[in-house]
Write a protein that binds this ligand. Structure first.
Ligand code: URA
Length: 237
């Protein structure tokens, strides 16, 4: 993520002009990551914890984070009983109103996008959009060419849900697969594979549209999207 001068970051909030921002820094009223800023031309990413007179300041219009979701956390902003993915983020980012764009089950791991960009969230989740989501699944059972063909035609689940055609790549001799959905109904991968007699024992999301999980991120780790990732994603808006 490109870094920007501190006075530019401050003035991008619309609260101060560049000149006023420079003055604030010179007066020692600005701190970054807990340390008083010495110069207005110091450069930081806009997710840095910037404060003016001790009060936190949001310096970017929107934030886009890639999280490698670990098991055991809810894809929600808050819950009375269970920790959510937001518990992984520092306080100053939580205050921005970030939310997970798309849900993963509590036991599902992998790619989750966190953002405060509501329009992008809508675009990604809109049923009309058909953004590809790719998952790696391990199953109890054996998937075959017949399952591949059935998914390619579009499954009808026992409860009547008509699924769009989906891709299925067999792995590990059929005990695992890479499955590509163009929609995101409740527990959809689990329901589809269960309907084929191969209940899911582990599920991980690998990608969502142009966004691919960075395998350098360990479960629980997150990073900002790169400029390229951000541009590709925003093209969906
Ligand atoms: N499908 C599921 O069944 N679970 C998920 O978490 C995501 C897709």
């Amino acid at each position: 993520m490109p870094q920007q001068r501190l006075d530019k970051l401050l003035s991008s909030t619309g609260r101060w002009s560049r000149k006023e921002a420079r003055e604030l820094v010179r007066q020692g009223r600005v701190s970054v990551q807990g340390r008083t800023a010495a110069r207005e031309d110091e450069k930081y990413e806009h997710t840095a914890e910037i404060r003016v007179d001790g009060a936190p300041v949001d310096c970017s219009p929107f934030i886009y984070l890639m999280l490698h979701k670990p098991p055991g956390l809810l894809s929600a902003t808050r819950d009375k009983h269970t920790p959510t993915v937001l518990n992984l983020l520092p306080e100053h980012l939580c205050r921005r109103g970030l939310f997970p764009a798309g849900r993963l089950d509590k036991d599902t791991t992998g790619l989750l996008l966190l953002t405060d960009d509501g329009d992008l969230g809508h675009a990604l989740l809109s049923p009309k959009r058909h953004v590809d989501k790719v998952y790696f699944a391990q199953v109890d059972g054996l998937l075959t060419r017949a399952d591949q063909e059935a998914l390619a035609r579009g499954l009808t689940l026992p409860d009547g849900l008509q699924c769009l055609p989906a891709g299925l790549e067999l792995l590990e001799g059929g005990r695992a697969c890479r499955i590509t959905l163009r929609e995101g109904k409740y527990h959809q991968v689990k329901r589809m594979l269960e309907a084929r007699g191969a209940p899911v024992t582990a599920l991980k999301r690998l990608s969502m549209g142009p966004l691919v999980l960075d395998e350098a991120l360990k479960p629980g780790q997150w990073r900002e999207l790169t400029q390229g990732e951000r541009t590709a994603l925003l093209a969906l808006k």
